[in-house]
Design a protein around this ligand. Structure first.
Ligand code: ADP
Ligand code: MG
Length: 617
C-alpha cells in the first residue's frame, strides 16, 4: 500500500459496534483504562528487552526501558509514553483497528441478546484493552516508532467513532506515546496523585520504572520472585488480573520456589470462570515463560499439557538459555522436568480441594471439568489420580456428584460392575427405559451427560477391579429373577421364539440379534448395543464429527411380560399375522425414534395411524 502523507481508514463494522458499546454502556470503573495502557506498555517493553538480551539490533539502543506518564490538571490532558517495541504501519492498521478474538464477537452477540452486560473491567479479556481509553477521552493520538530501524514513525489519530487517520511522524526515538484530553466527567485522571494511587493499586509489580510527572511510583519487582510470605493477597490478585485480563479474583493460586535438582519459580492461578472463547482448543494458552525475570514467551506450550491449560501464570527459570526457540523448549530436559513438577503440583491442588474445599472443587469442576477430564486420554502417568477426581451424576444423586470411590463403597457386595449410561442430557437419560431394571433392583447407574464423558469413561476399563459397563450393552450379566420367570401370562418357550422371529424379520437384517429382555419393566422393547458396538451416544457424536464408525450393531430387547407383547403373542396364535408384523415394526421403529436413529418419521406416523385404525375397528 502506498503510504502518502495522510490517510483515512475505517474501522471494521464489528469494531464500530464494540467501540460504541465501550463508550456508551454501563461501565462501572473507567479507571481500568490506565491498567490497560500500562499493560500494553509493559508488553512492548518486554519485547524490546528480549530482543536486546538475544543480541538483536534495535532502534535507539541506549534508551532505558521505562514508562512515563504526564498529566496536566489545567489542560485536562493525559499521556503515557514507553520505550518499547513500537508499532509498524501494519500493526496500527491490523492490530489497533481489529477485534482480536472470536470470543469478542460471541460476547457482542450476547450483549445484543440481552444475556450479558458490559462491565468496564471485562474489556481487557477481549483483546481490545487499548480502546478502553475511549471511555475517558473523545479523541486519542498515538505516536509510535518501531524498534526495527528501517521502519517509519507514524501518528495515528481517532475519535473512536468510525474512522482513524494515519500520517508519517518525525519521531526519532523507539517507542510509543499515547495522548488525549480527558472528558470533563473524567478529569480526575489529570491529577498526578490520583494516577499514582491507581498505579500503586494496579501496576505496582510492573517490572519497568513508571514515572508520573517525573516521579517514580512503582516498587518494581517480579511478584513471583518475592518470598511467598511477603506477597499480600491484594498484590497477588492484582498481578493475576494484570496477566489474565480477568476482572474477578482467582479461585486459587500456587506460588512455587523450587530449588535443587531443578530451579524455577512460578506463580500460577486458577480462574473462577472460563473465558468466553475458552473452549476452542486453539485459544488455550499455556503459561508465560521468563528466564531470570526476562520475558521470553507469552504462551509456552512445553510447560503444560493441554488438559491443564485452564491455569494462568508465569514460570521463571534460570536453568533455561535465554535464546530458547520453540523447538528447543519442546525438547529440553529442563523443560520436561519443570513440566512434571507443575503437573504434579496442579493436580495436587485439585486433590486438596476435592478433599478439603468442596466448594472450590465444585466451581473448578463445573468450569474446567471437561478439559481436565480429557487428560485421561493423554496423561497416562497421572491417569489414576485423574480417575479419582472424576465426578458423576447418578440415579442415586440429586444435586451432588458421586466419585467412583463413593459408588464402589456403597454398592452391594453382589454387584459385579459399575454401571453407566451416556446421553445428551440428564433429563433424557433419566427417562431411558434401560434404567427400569436398575431402578427396580435399586442398583446405582452413573448418568453421563457431559459429551467428554462419553469419550473418556469407556476407556477407564475398570476401577478397583470392578469393570465399568454401559447398560446399553446387550451382554450385561444381569441376574435372573426367579419370581418373574414364574409370572403368569409371561410369553415364553416356543411362543416367545416365534414372536421374536417376527421382530427379526421386520428389522430386515439391521440387527445383530433380538432377545428376551431381563432389564425392561415398564417398556415393551428397547435397543441395546452388541458386543463390539460403541455407545450409541458416542457413535452419534463421532458421526457428527464425520468419523466413520462402521455399521451399528444393535440388539433389540423385547419384554415378554409387557401387555403389548403378551397380546401380540395371543394374536399370533390366533393367526393375525399382518397385525403382529405391523406392531413389531412399529415397536422397533419407536425404539429407534427414542434412540434418535429413525430416518423416516413419515412412515412411522402412517403406520401408527394404521395401528390405531385396527385398534378402533
Ligand atoms: P491486547 O493487548 O490484548 O493485544 P490491546 O487492545 O490492548 O489488546 O492492544 C492491541 C494491540 O496494539 C497490541 O497487541 C499491540 O500489538 C498493539 N499495542 C498497543 N499498545 C501498544 C504499545 N504501547 N506499544 C506497542 N504496541 C502496542
Ligand atoms: Mg492490552
Amino acid at each position: 500500500m502506498e503510504k502518502t502523507s495522510r490517510q483515512q481508514f475505517e474501522f471494521k463494522a464489528e469494531m464500530k459496534q464494540l467501540l460504541h458499546l465501550i463508550v456508551n454502556s454501563l461501565y462501572t470503573n473507567p479507571e481500568v483504562f490506565l491498567r490497560e495502557l500500562v499493560s500494553n506498555a509493559s508488553d512492548a517493553l518486554n519485547k524490546v528487552r528480549f530482543l536486546q538480551v538475544t543480541g538483536e539490533k534495535v532502534q535507539s539502543p541506549k534508551l532505558p526501558l521505562h514508562i512515563k506518564i504526564e498529566v496536566d490538571e489545567k489542560e485536562q490532558t493525559f499521556s503515557i509514553e514507553d520505550t518499547g517495541i513500537g508499532m509498524t504501519f501494519d500493526d496500527l492498521t491490523g492490530r489497533l483497528g481489529t477485534v482480536a478474538s472470536s470470543g469478542t464477537m460471541e460476547f457482542l452477540q450476547q450483549l445484543k441478546d440481552g444475556k450479558n452486560r458490559l462491565d468496564g473491567n471485562m474489556i481487557g479479556q477481549f483483546g481490545v484493552g487499548f480502546y478502553s481509553a475511549f471511555m475517558v477521552a473523545d479523541q486519542i493520538t498515538v505516536e509510535t516508532r518501531h524498534a526495527n530501524a528501517d521502519e517509519t514513525a507514524w501518528i495515528w489519530v481517532s475519535d473512536g467513532k468510525g474512522t482513524y487517520e494515519i500520517e508519517e511522524s518525525s519521531r526519532t526515538e523507539r517507542g510509543t506515546r499515547i495522548s488525549f484530553r480527558l472528558k470533563d466527567d473524567h478529569k480526575e485522571f489529570a491529577r498526578a496523585e490520583r494516577i499514582r494511587q491507581l498505579i500503586r493499586k494496579y501496576s505496582n509489580f510492573v517490572d519497568f520504572s513508571i514515572e508520573v510527572n517525573g516521579e517514580e511510583v512503582n516498587s518494581r519487582g517480579a511478584v513471583w520472585h518475592k518470598n511467598k510470605k511477603d506477597v499480600t493477597d491484594e498484590e497477588r490478585n492484582e498481578f493475576y488480573k494484570f496477566i489474565s485480563n480477568d476482572f474477578q479474583e482467582p479461585l486459587d493460586h500456587l506460588h512455587l520456589a523450587m530449588e535443587g535438582r531443578i530451579n524455577f519459580k512460578a506463580l500460577i492461578f486458577v480462574p473462577k470462570k472460563a473465558k468466553p472463547d475458552f473452549f476452542r482448543v486453539e485459544n488455550l494458552k499455556s503459561l508465560q515463560l521468563y528466564s531470570n525475570r526476562v520475558f521470553v514467551q507469552e504462551s509456552c506450550e512445553a510447560l503444560l499439557p493441554e488438559y491443564l491449560r485452564f491455569v494462568e501464570g508465569v514460570v521463571d527459570s534460570e536453568d533455561l538459555p535465554l535464546n530458547v526457540s520453540r523447538e528447543v523448549t519442546q525438547h529440553s530436559p529442563v523443560m520436561a522436568r519443570i513440566r512434571e513438577v507443575l503437573v504434579n503440583k496442579i493436580i495436587g491442588m485439585i486433590e486438596y480441594w476435592a478433599e478439603s474445599e468442596p466448594e472450590k472443587f465444585h466451581t473448578f469442576y463445573e468450569e474446567f471439568g471437561p478439559l481436565f477430564k480429557s487428560g485421561l486420554n493423554s496423561d497416562f502417568a497421572n491417569r489414576d489420580r485423574i480417575i479419582e477426581l472424576l465426578r458423576f451424576q447418578s440415579t442415586q444423586t440429586v444435586d451432588e456428584l458421586v466419585s467412583l470411590k463413593a459408588y464402589v463403597e456403597r454398592m452391594p457386595e453382589s454387584q459385579k460392575a459399575i454401571y453407566y449410561l451416556s446421553g445428551d442430557s440428564l433429563e433424557e437419560l433419566k427417562r431411558d427405559p434401560k434404567l427400569e431394571y436398575f431402578r427396580k433392583k435399586n442398583i446405582e447407574v452413573l448418568l453421563l451427560a457431559d459429551p467428554v464423558d462419553a469419550f473418556v469413561v469407556p476407556g477407564i476399563g475398570s476401577y478397583k477391579e470392578k469393570p465399568l459397563k454401559s447398560i446399553e450393552k446387550a451382554d450385561l450379566d444381569l441376574e435372573d429373577d426367579p419370581e418373574e420367570e414364574k409370572e403368569s401370562g409371561r410369553v415364553s418357550g416356543e411362543a416367545l421364539d416365534r414372536l421374536l422371529a417376527v421382530f427379526r424379520e421386520e428389522a430386515g437384517g439391521r440387527l445383530e440379534d433380538v432377545v428376551a429382555s431381563k432389564r425392561l419393566v415398564d417398556s415393551a422393547v428397547t435397543l441395546t448395543i452388541g458386543k463390539e458396538g460403541l455407545d450409541s451416544h458416542l457413535e452419534r457424536m463421532m458421526k457428527m464429527m464425520d468419523q466413520d464408525t462402521g455399521p451399528s450393531r444393535r440388539v433389540l430387547e423385547v419384554n415378554p411380560s409387557h401387555p403389548v407383547i403378551r397380546n401380540m403373542s395371543r394374536l399370533q396364535n390366533a393367526g393375525s399375522d399382518e397385525t403382529v408384523r405391523l406392531m413389531a415394526r412399529q415397536l422397533y421403529d419407536g425404539a429407534r425414534l427414542l434412540q434418535g436413529e429413525l430416518e423416516s418419521p413419515g412412515e412411522f406416523v402412517a403406520r401408527m395411524t394404521r395401528v390405531m385404525e385396527l385398534a378402533t375397528k
